[in-house]
Design a binder for this molecule. Structure first.
Ligand code: IPM
Ligand code: MN
Length: 354
């Protein structure tokens, strides 16, 4: 099969981790006789420095003509500490999500048995935890009306959702739940927010269409508590944009490192695969960042964008083997820590030899 991929490394550790993921992708493509074609595009602070904007048209065109996008990370401290900056790297990520119509962000939370001791939670709470958070990605407060009044001394951000936006993400979440353990938790703040009340109204209308699936409703503050108290009680969770952003960072703690969690963003045009962690600028260029979240994002790319399940499985097996053999970076190592590039080489080599 022809695999036509766009690579957007972005900022910070982005280039290093994309490099490791590409070693893996190349090894898998070779093993299964796929014809791999790939092209690099600029985004984030790297693109601002070059052309003055974080998601230039040429990068968008590259994404549109590709079958999948593998994305590194975005963000640079020189913008974080300057509230007056008018262009920011993050705007590139948001523009990409909006322009590609990526309304669904799929963030699986799975644990590795050999890493259970790294979790700050007790082993018996975490062992076997396996759920998926589906985050709405192109609506809500991220994209609602925002501004300043009163000579800049009053600021507002608006959370807006339409019925159509809620229906399409809930439909996707129900489809996921149908393929998994048939439980859907709809997370909102319907006791306070009008937009949440519309979410709940729409979910309650759709619920009878999915009689095999148990629908559960949970307020977001309660969900934040239950995710770490009873992570095994969740199967598929669906929520609006900002709640999903916060809950998935929290959920990553369960597995022992933020460096392990991949994600897929899907919707109208080309799907994007990226780690859930950020650009980790302190580690940029040091060859110490954990490449596993990006390598697992590549596994999701094979499975979701190309429907190549065996390829995805082989990558997952290789990652699991590296963790079992303790060929891992400093964030999760016991004793000797391996470099980012060494972990990438080991995983790619495992795949080639299988
Ligand atoms: C994420 C990130 C982004 C978000 C930032 C970088 C804009 O935190 O993908 O979770 O808030 O969506
Ligand atoms: Mn986030």
């Amino acid at each position: 099969m022809k695999l036509n991929i766009a690579l957007l490394p972005g900022d910070g550790i982005g280039p290093e981790i994309i490099e490791q993921a590409m070693k893996t992708v190349k090894a898998v493509a070779k093993k299964f006789n796929h014809e791999l074609q790939y092209e690099y595009g600029i985004t984030g602070a790297a693109a601002i420095d070059k052309v003055g904007e974080p998601y230039p048209d040429e990068t968008h065109e590259l994404c549109m003509k590709s079958d999948a996008v593998l994305f590194g990370a975005i963000g640079d401290p020189k913008f974080d500490n300057n509230p007056k900056a008018t262009v920011r790297p993050e705007q590139g990520l948001l523009a990409m999500r909006k322009k590609l119509g990526l309304y669904a962000n799929i963030r699986p939370v799975e644990t590795f048995d050999s890493l259970l001791h790294r979790s700050p939670l007790r082993r018996e709470l975490v062992e076997g935890a396996d759920f998926v958070c589906i985050r709405e990605l192109t609506g809500g407060i991220y994209f609602g009306e925002k501004g300043r009044l009163d000579n800049g001394n009053t600021a507002f951000d608006t959370c807006t959702y339409t019925r159509a936006e809620i229906e399409r993400i809930l439909k996707l979440a129900y489809e996921f739940a149908a393929k998994r353990n048939k439980k859907l938790t709809v997370v909102d703040k319907a006791n306070v927010l009008e937009s949440s009340r519309l979410w709940r109204e729409v979910a309650q209308e759709m619920e009878p269409n999915y009689p095999d699936i148990k629908t559960e409703y949970m307020f977001v503050d309660n969900a934040a508590m239950q995710i770490i108290q009873w992570p095994k009680n969740f199967d598929v969770m669906v929520t609006e944009n900002m709640f999903g952003d916060i809950l998935t960072d929290e959920a990553s703690v369960i597995t022992g490192s933020l460096g392990l969690l991949p994600s897929a963003s899907m919707g109208i045009h080309t799907s994007v695969f990226e780690p859930i962690h950020g650009s980790y600028p302190q580690a940029a260029g040091k060859d110490i960042a954990n490449p596993i979240a990006t390598i697992l994002s590549a596994a999701m790319m094979f499975e979701y964008a190309f429907d190549l399940k065996d390829e995805g499985k082989l990558i997952r097996d290789a990652v699991a083997a590296s963790i079992t053999d303790n060929i891992v970076t400093e964030d999760i190592s016991e004793g000797k820590a391996y470099k980012t590039s060494e972990v990438g080489d080991w995983i790619a080599n495992y795949i080639s030899k299988k």
